[in-house]
Design a protein around this ligand. Structure first.
Ligand SMILES: [Zn+2]
Length: 72
């Protein structure tokens, strides 16, 4: 008599994040997001990161409108 065994359910590998590493990851994410937000808001075209160059402003122009920064 043969028995058919059901395959054992496989567990997904879940990364073990401790509270400290999660806090560090969230802090780094917030800092990077704040830097990106400052970069988007600072570059007005007339007041630009790279002098009077408007390349950065034009590159992030739609993102500025999406975030509510006035321009023009
Ligand atoms: Zn605009």
């Amino acid at each position: 008599m043969t028995q058919v065994k059901a395959a054992a359910p496989r567990a997904l590998a879940v990364p073990d994040l401790s509270a400290l590493s999660a806090a560090l990851l969230l802090t780094a994410t917030v800092l990077i997001a704040a830097l990106a937000y400052y970069f988007l808001g600072y570059d007005q075209g007339a007041v630009s990161v790279f002098g009077s160059d408007t390349h950065v402003h034009e590159f992030v122009h739609d993102a500025r409108h999406f975030l509510g920064f006035p321009c023009h």
